[in-house]
Every structure is written in structure tokens, then in C-alpha cells.
Design a protein around this ligand. Structure first.
Ligand code: SF4
Ligand code: SF4
Length: 243
């Protein structure tokens, strides 16, 4: 039942992606800052960082339209992403971009206003034919990476939003903030490996359970491992404890 609800939510956000596209845009934040405007994407990225303090990366598992689209792509290629080291590619993309964001922000001479709807038409991102080209390009990027590399490849290799949430996770760990996470009970695990097969982020959850280390920066708290474990060895918890 929980996964049906999650699928319905994520489908809703994907279907409304033509409206929300610019709120996820790495370019809109730059365009806004050049004009002294805090745009919608700046607000969203900040919210993602703050939400990770209490909800981990649940945004990725439950809301992100790009994540949802990639989940649908698994019907074409459900290959697991095996090379964990390659997750660093997204930080090599993110670092120059965020540096540019700060550089332009400092150079612009101050913030004049906050406009969540910057570069939208009454709040709608895709409202004219040329914007559709942008939209289709972005969708193509998510789809082609998933088709070539497998499950949620863009989340692993290319996402400019994931690093904000990973920063939130790290701050949460340092400050021991109570938050949503996974909790395992090793004695209940039968090593059936069902959790490994359903994980949207290709994580070796069985090893995480065996090592009693359920904190993983790439875990998006989708709950598929929780719902697929017939032994109830994995559960959600809201706590400041380390599991
Ligand atoms: S990693 Fe990025 S693209 Fe993937 S679900 Fe999270 S925010 Fe969306
Ligand atoms: S470990 Fe579980 S909750 Fe985390 S991404 Fe994998 S299936 Fe989802």
C-alpha cells in the first residue's frame, strides 16, 4: 500500500513537471542572482538542504519528478549501478556550478528581491513552444542515462540537487538531529537478498543490515526495502541514534 501511495505521489509530480521545471533549474538560480533576485530554484535547493536535516533524502524517493521518471525507465533497463565510486562525478559537476552561483551572487551587488516565480509565466515553467524544447531535452537526459547505465543513473552521476541533501545529512549526523532513517534488526534478517533486488539506488542493503550501518548518503528513503522484507528486519525510524 505504501509503495502505491509513493508511486502515485511521484507520478503526480512527474506529470506536473512542465509546471515545476524551472524550480529545479540550475540555470534559473544564476539568472536570478545576476539580477539580484533569489529565484524559485534557490529557495528549493535551500529547502532540500534543510529538509535533509530531518527527512534525509526522502525528497528524492517521494517527490522528485526526475526520480519518478527514472523509476519508470527501469521497465526498459533495470540494471543496478554497481560502481559506487562514480557517484563522485556529480560532485565534480556540482562544485564548479555552486562556485559560479556564489561568485555571481557576490558580484551582483546585493539581493533586491525574492521572486519564487522568476523565469516562469504566472508560476508555470513551460508555457511557450521554445520552453518545450528545454523540457524535452531535460527529460531526454534523464531517460537516456537510465537506458544506458540503469537504475536512477542521473541521481548517481549527474544530479546538482543531491549534494545539497548530502550536506544536510552530514550536518544532521554531526549535530545528532532526530530524523527519518532506516533501522535494521540483524537477528531478523534471513539473508534472502530481497532488499538488494528492490532498491532503487542499487545499494547493498543486505550488507548494510549485516554491518548494522543503515546510513548511506545515496539512500533516498523510498521504503522499498522496508516494504519488501517479509522478516521485518528493516524499518523506518525517527531518531537521533545511529543505526
Ligand atoms: S538525486 Fe536528484 S534527480 Fe535523483 S531524485 Fe534526488 S533530486 Fe531528483
Ligand atoms: S536502501 Fe531502502 S529506502 Fe534506501 S534507497 Fe534502497 S530501497 Fe530505498
Amino acid at each position: 500500500m505504501r509503495q502505491r501511495i509513493r508511486n502515485a505521489i511521484i507520478l503526480f509530480f512527474f506529470l506536473t513537471f512542465p509546471i515545476s521545471l524551472n524550480y529545479f533549474s540550475p540555470y534559473v538560480i544564476i539568472d536570478g542572482l545576476r539580477k539580484g533576485i533569489i529565484a524559485g530554484s534557490a529557495l528549493l535547493f535551500t529547502t532540500q538542504l534543510l529538509s535533509a536535516l530531518f527527512l534525509g533524502r526522502a525528497f528524492c524517493g517521494w517527490i522528485c519528478p526526475a526520480g519518478g521518471l527514472q523509476d519508470y525507465c527501469t521497465s526498459v533497463n533495470s540494471k543496478k549501478i554497481k560502481n559506487e565510486k562514480a557517484n563522485w562525478i556529480k560532485y565534480f559537476i556540482w562544485l564548479p556550478w555552486i562556485s559560479l552561483v556564489f561568485f555571481i551572487g557576490l558580484k551582483s551587488g546585493g539581493i533586491i528581491k525574492i521572486d519564487p516565480f522568476h523565469m516562469t509565466n504566472y508560476g508555470i515553467s513551460v508555457s511557450e513552444p521554445s520552453a518545450y524544447i528545454n523540457y524535452l531535452f531535460v527529460v531526454f537526459l534523464f531517460v537516456i542515462l537510465s537506458f544506458i547505465f540503469g537504475k536512477r543513473a542521473f541521481c548517481h552521476y549527474g544530479c546538482w540537487m543531491a549534494p545539497f541533501m548530502v550536506i544536510g545529512l552530514k550536518v544532521r549526523r554531526i549535530l545528532r538531529i532526530p530524523s527519518l532513517k532506516l533501522k535494521s534488526t540483524l537477528s531478523k534478517c534471513t539473508n534472502c537478498l530481497q532488499c538488494n533486488s528492490v532498491c532503487l539506488m542499487s545499494l547493498g542493503i543486505n550488507n548494510m543490515v549485516n554491518d548494522s550501518k543503515m546510513n548511506h548518503n545515496e539512500c533516498i528513503l523510498c521504503g522499498r526495502c522496508v516494504d519488501s522484507c517479509s522478516s521485518e528486519a528493516i524499518k523506518y525510524a525517527f531518531s537521533s541514534k545511529k543505526y
